[in-house]
Design a protein around this ligand. Structure first.
Ligand code: HEM
Length: 563
């Protein structure tokens, strides 16, 4: 009986041998194919390692930015992940600069990946952020048509509105928190302030977000962004099973946000032809014509662009403010030095003394130490952590590695700013690295000027805007052996990316962030609430969109009380 039962054994042995041969063939094939490929991190599991999805589960993890940085530190400035085919991850700053610039190795934005962001807007039309075709009518018309909104002249004109929002928030804090000693939930406040600012400056629209503790739009958008970064766009299961509670909640959230986008659009449209001196985003959106036809673009395209400007206009700005407040609050010595700078300029409010003077436009560029602190915070806690995805248009050699035509190239900006081949001791918060010093033991490169290159920083009356191309740089030589030496090495700080697809709103973002932070710091001494816990705990709670589910509570004291 037993012997007869073993009749299946030869069959099983053949199947096993066949599978082993397949595994060997796949392994051999992959090894051969990867001859010219950069190193790869360990796969998620052995089964996936046989496929083109070896790292896909990592990619949708909330803390993907940490993996990407860890792997960059271990594998170097170029490595390859298999997500849905190869994704070449580039973090060596010199190579990054070549990929995002217009030069020979410059690559356009990724066609398909960016289309996913159209889903989040609920207006599935292309918009500035997702348009890959840089030579197309739509991209050129919107990029050019919106540029005047971010000119120094227009921002200077808008500054009083930005300042009024910041002052309103600060006076609310004075009334609400100083008496009760309750901590301030910074993420909620920063989102509400920046939404009010983009509403007023960008669209002459009153969101009144500062007036209410809860804002359903901000809350829904926050969830949408987390969903976007953790499921690479629309969750496919939600499409297949639209009646599950998750799918219904996701759809309801998008309906809520869409209602608000529509309301802003209707308000802008109802004003009719904007006056010539109105250079707000809303006014310029209404003016943009298709250069080929001389006609306005279809309404859904204007609406999709309004939507992306609105979202991009508050979320990353709020995250940048929140992290700067956190970094300043956890470093009392840094906070004292900023207070000194503000006191010397007559901006520090001291109880019992005359009212400090009001913040002025020229102040935004006037404080070298404060601006170095902000820059260091933006490096350590890069708001656009995911960075940018590019598509390789031809076979190229990048850092000595072959990148085939059609490949996806991923530039995770958080990793660019936090990997050891770009910065000495990247985990250390040290504003001195932007002022000519650097973390203990660092070796400044001869090429790195290590100064804060603010536009007109020396002339206080100058515009407080910063140019990507003048970002100062690393305190350590680049490590990828094949980096091309012809590119200037002071390009490692890229919070707004660079090149033709860099952030269009950068100058407005700097005005917002500096105004908000200076308004707060001239009034309050900040202290982290004990509930925040250790820095390690805070870092562990970040998700790739660099938001924290619970925010960062900070206690306030009026300047002069123990500071
Ligand atoms: C601190 C705040 C901000 C940060 C850190 C930030 C960062 C970025 C980054 C890294 C990109 C991607 C560039 C690339 O793909 O190479 C980007 C694109 C963009 N940003 Fe910002 N941004 C901020 C604020 C703003 C503001 C205030 C606006 C508008 C009001 C804005 C509008 C846009 C748009 C429309 C794009 C797409 C540009 C294109 O693809 O041509 N951003 N931003």
């Amino acid at each position: 009986m037993v012997c007869m039962d073993r009749g299946w054994l030869p069959l099983a042995a053949t199947a096993l041998a066949g599978s082993a041969a397949c595994v060997c063939a796949v392994y051999h094939f992959k090894k051969k194919a990867s001859k010219n490929r950069p190193p790869s991190p360990p796969p998620y599991n052995w089964l996936l390692s046989l496929s083109n999805y070896a790292h896909a589960p990592f990619f949708i993890m909330p803390d993907m930015h940490r993996y990407a940085t860890e792997w960059a530190n271990k594998l170097g400035g170029v490595y390859v992940m298999y997500i849905q085919g190869p994704f070449y991850v580039v973090t060596d700053a010199m190579l990054v600069y070549q990929v995002i610039s217009r030069g020979d190795l410059g690559m356009p934005k990724h066609q398909e990946l960016y289309r996913m962001t159209d889903w989040i807007l609920s207006h599935r039309s292309p918009q500035l952020f997702s348009t890959a075709d840089e030579s197309g009518d739509m991209f050129r018309a919107f990029r050019k048509g919106l540029a005047p909104c971010f000119s120094t002249e227009n921002l200077k004109k808008s500054f009083p509105k930005v300042r009024a929002c910041a002052e309103k928030m600060v006076s609310m804090w004075e009334k609400m928190y100083l008496a009760t000693e309750e901590p301030v939930l910074t993420d909620s406040w920063m989102n509400r302030a920046t939404l009010d600012i983009i509403g007023q400056v960008g669209f002459n629209y009153e969101f009144k977000a500062l007036d209410f503790e809860h804002n359903t739009f901000i809350e829904a958008m926050h969830e949408n962004l987390i969903e976007l970064s953790t499921s690479m766009g629309e969750n496919p299961f939600d499409r297949l099973f639209p009646f599950t509670s998750q799918a219904r909640q996701s759809a309801a959230r998008r309906r809520r946000t869409k209602e608000l986008f529509n309301a802003v659009y209707e308000a802008v449209k109802s004003r009719g032809e904007p006056p010539a001196d109105d250079q707000s985003i809303g006014a310029n959106l209404m003016r943009i014509k298709n250069p080929s036809t001389g006609q306005p673009f279809p309404e859904e395209i204007v609406l999709a662009n309004l939507t992306i400007m609105l979202i991009a206009g508050y979320d990353t700005t709020a995250a940048t403010c929140m992290w700067a407040l956190y970094d300043i609050a956890r470093h009392p010595d840094v906070q004292k030095r900023i207070a000194q700078e503000l006191a010397e300029a007559g901006l520090l409010q001291v109880p019992g003394q005359a009212q400090a003077r009001q913040l002025e436009w020229a102040d935004l560029a006037a404080f070298p130490y404060f601006n170095a602190v902000l820059k260091e915070s933006m490096r350590l806690h890069t708001a656009a952590a995911v960075g940018t995805f590019r598509q390789c248009q031809k076979d190229v050699m990048l850092g000595g590695w072959h990148i085939p035509k059609g490949s996806t190239v991923w530039i995770p900006l958080h990793s660019v700013h936090n990997s050891i081949h770009n910065f000495t001791a990247p985990e250390v918060f040290d504003p001195e690295r932007w002022l000519g010093g650097g973390p203990t033991g660092s070796k400044p490169t001869p090429a790195a000027s290590n100064t804060v290159h603010l536009h007109a920083a020396a002339t206080a009356a100058g515009p407080p805007v910063e140019e990507n191309t003048t970002a100062s740089g690393p305190t350590k030589p680049f490590a990828t052996p094949h980096s091309q030496a012809s590119v200037p090495p002071n390009k490692a700080m890229l919070p707004f990316s660079d090149g033709s697809r860099s952030c269009i709103g950068m100058n407005l973002a700097y005005v917002d962030v500096r105004t908000i932070l200076l308004s707060i710091l001239s009034k309050f001494w900040l202290e982290l609430d004990p509930s925040v816990g250790s820095h390690a705990k805070v870092e562990a709670a970040q998700v790739i969109a660099l938001v924290l589910s619970s925010g960062i509570p900070i206690k306030l004291r009026l300047k002069g009380h123990g500071s």
